[in-house]
Design a protein around this ligand. Sequence first.
Ligand code: GLY
Length: 337
Amino acid sequence: MLQYLRISVVSLILSINLRQACNLVGTSIQPTVLVHGGSGNIADIKLPKIRLGVKRAARIGHDVLQRTGSVLDAVEQAVNSLEEDINFNAGYGSALTYESQVEMDAAIMHGAQLEAGCVSLVRDIIHPITLARRIMENTRHRYLAGEGAMRIAAAEGFDILPKGALVTTASLESLAKFKKILNKTGGSNSYGSPGTVGAVAVDACGNVAAATSIGGITGKLPGRIGDSPVLGAGTYADNESGAVSATGHGESIMRFNVVSRVLALVHHSNCTIQQAAAQVLGEMTKRFNETAGIIAIDHRGQLGIYFTSQRMSWAYQRGAELHCGVDPDEDEFENVI
Ligand code: GLY
């Protein structure tokens, strides 16, 4: 009896503290989920399915946020929906290594306690982002790769698919095209289209989370790891500044530490998150002559959507408003309730 009383007093104190934290921030933040489906030269013919996919993911994430109140659930399930969609380079639509294998990377992060989970070189599962979350929650480590990560997947009851189940006709065609270009150019100008999917979310109290998942770049060498699972490069979330997920040329994004630069600008200057995104990506592209894109949300709920590539697919839901875009300055809007 005494124990139950103690538990309910603790719950009461916790909920009062949460409400106080919420009041401190103010009540003007509208819970929002913003997703991207990768940057690059997205072909016109692919646009209808890509738009549909990012809009669906934003709606799923927003619905989860409304139901569970968890920004972590929201970004995980938004990314899950993109991992299941063959039109995106993650999970089922993953790009292939030079040896026709799927090796995926992912990271997830909650901004309240700076908790994070990351995986690299995982194969034969549809949801690397969920594996990243399980590593964060159920192991004493924060980043596992390859065989070790796959052992956690098995122990956590993931469906381990038959070898080759994630290889698709489209990914085989992309690899064949990549190899042809590689042979012609002798190695220069042959970077396989990167893609990537990601999500960021904010709740009414200013809690933020970020998640990024990718199959990698077409024709990569076995063992190559990109920026997506590297905290501060392709993924980061901190309630004191915001949450960011990047897409684009992974080697450049890592070398320039894109995501941590964006959040540092927001934290230490008067920049909006959109200005910070534009400045950092502009500098990265100038420095390395490579392109990238990011989606970002700050702890006050302001959004940042910016890319130096030709296109980046993105969508967000805030209240009944669903926004989506692919081309620079595009913002297609619909009411979803
Ligand atoms: N930006 C994703 C990658 O290069 O792996």
